[in-house]
Design a protein around this ligand. Structure first.
Ligand code: GLU
Length: 289
């Protein structure tokens, strides 16, 4: 009996010791791994030498990228992510307001180091830019005037919809209408789809920015305004409603120059903040869930 007890004690001790050492080892490995992975490549060194991380952000998407018109201060989850990346690099952060139409040009020209601006990750875009692991998923919907009596995808048949140039919105709406079987989609080809040319069951007018679409909706130049729900929120004023459909999940990622060292650096940080609850904390702080 005594021997058995002692043996059991020995086993427990051995188990807890080995558990302790494997925990310690795991911690050690993670630390070394993280240190090894956050490599300062030449492009990152340029940012560090400049002392400023230049980030393209939205200025009218509440909770994501929003600029106070009086103070000029930006706030939101995407602003915080940008600030945290800059802190990690030990540099200041500088924000440039971008739109769906301008964000990639500014990144390509080197005016900004990354885009953190409700930028949806798509396979097509991945061919031109790197995207981090997604930090948020939104959906697309449609805003209409209550007086239009449009409430469903079906009601949008033969209507004209305002979308932003350079956005996923028109394609998302057409795919949702085909899926809901309210338009046939016989002529739909994902590879060649062009919002400006599409006329089968619904047509589009493209605008450079969202205030312009909102004005067009008010003036009945378009019957509806389609984009991500996060972006539409600020334009959902009295007498306007969303239709009864949300579709096309939009995964937002940080976009960086293709194959740059900074892409890998940013992705490690986003993954770290996804794992340690920082991103969830921001979603909660800005009431984005
Ligand atoms: N998130 C969508 C996109 O990337 C909507 C456009 C926008 O972000 O302004 O296309």
């Amino acid at each position: 009996m005594k021997i058995r007890k002692l043996a059991a004690l020995g086993l427990t001790l051995a188990m807890s010791l080995s558990m302790f050492s494997s925990v310690a080892m795991a911690e050690e490995e993670t630390e070394t791994e993280t240190e090894e992975e956050l490599v300062i490549t030449e492009d990152i060194q340029e940012i560090i030498d400049r002392g400023i991380l230049r980030v393209g952000v939205k200025n009218a998407v509440e909770g994501f990228g929003y600029q106070d018109t009086l103070t000029g201060e930006y706030s939101g989850m995407e602003i915080d992510i940008a600030t945290m990346i800059a802190e990690e690099l030990g540099v200041d952060v500088e924000f440039t307001t971008v739109t769906a139409a301008t964000r990639t040009e500014l990144l390509d020209s080197g005016d900004i180091d990354c885009v953190i601006a409700t930028f949806t990750i798509t396979d097509e875009r991945r061919e031109s830019w790197d995207f981090s692991t997604p930090y948020y998923t939104d959906h697309v919907t449609v805003l209409v005037k209550d007086s239009s009596e449009i409430t469903t995808l079906e009601d949008l048949v033969d209507k004209t919809v305002g979308v932003s140039s350079g956005s996923t919105s028109a394609r998302s709406l057409v795919e949702a209408m085909i899926e809901a079987e309210v338009i046939s989609g016989d002529d739909y080809d994902a590879d060649t789809f062009d919002a400006a040319l599409w006329t089968e069951g619904v047509s589009f007018r493209q605008y450079d920015d969202y205030p312009a679409i909102s004005t067009a909706l008010e003036a009945d130049e378009v019957d509806a305004f389609c984009v991500d729900k996060s972006i539409l929120a600020i334009y959902k004023t009295e007498g306007r409603s969303y239709i009864d459909a949300e579709f096309a999940p939009q995964e937002y990622g940080v976009a960086t120059t293709k194959d740059s060292g900074f892409s890998a650096y940013v992705d490690i940080l986003i993954n770290r903040w996804l794992e340690d609850g920082t991103i969830d904390g921001l979603i909660e702080e800005y009431a984005l869930d």
